[in-house]
Write a protein that binds this ligand. Structure first.
Ligand code: SF4
Length: 169
């Protein structure tokens, strides 16, 4: 299944972010210690972009039932949409299949966006859940999006990463 091309409309997505009263945001970008390694990625540019907007924090992997810390995982082939379509899986390095948890977390993120009226999501780049422009495959940066980013995009939510923000470029 093809990836979407979020870079094509970055300017429009930045405008959508500026105008959005409610934004769904990766919890690690807000300082929650929910990364696979127990760390966080509080990002000043993200805090500036959010300003006084209402923010819906979510960590899809934790919401999906995974613990922190947890083993790192990658999408085995293709991108998040392939996982959503049953054509790919999310695996740890030892081969444990985390696909169900990743899909559960992505659906909970989609439901949170719907419930709270978030038309924009600001997500952590490079993650197998939250990556917007890039994920990792075989340890290498690869163009594509994570499972949550893909499912949010498919639901009509404008997705951006912290690297899409003007001060990050
Ligand atoms: Fe959770 Fe997404 Fe941050 Fe990973 S990138 S820790 S899934 S919020």
């Amino acid at each position: 299944m093809n990836s979407f091309q979020p870079n094509d409309d970055r300017a429009a997505r930045l405008r959508a972010l500026e105008e959005a009263p409610v934004v769904l945001c990766s919890a690690c970008l807000l300082g929650f210690h929910c990364r696979y390694d127990g760390d966080q990625r509080l990002t000043p540019a993200v805090m500036r972009a959010l300003g006084d907007k209402a923010v819906v924090p979510i960590c899809p992997e934790v919401a999906g039932g995974l613990s922190t810390p947890r083993p790192p995982a990658e999408i085995s082939a293709g991108s998040g949409l392939a996982v959503a379509g049953g054509q790919s899986r999310v695996l740890t390095r030892s081969g444990e299949d985390l696909t169900a948890a990743f899909l559960r977390g992505a659906e909970l993120a989609r439901e949170a966006a719907r419930r709270y009226g978030a038309s924009v999501a600001l997500l952590k780049e490079g993650s197998p859940s939250c990556g917007v422009n890039r994920i990792s495959q075989n340890g290498q940066p690869t163009e594509g999006q994570g499972v949550t980013a893909a499912i949010l995009f498919r639901a009509g939510v404008a997705v951006l990463s912290e690297e899409d923000l003007p001060s990050s470029t």
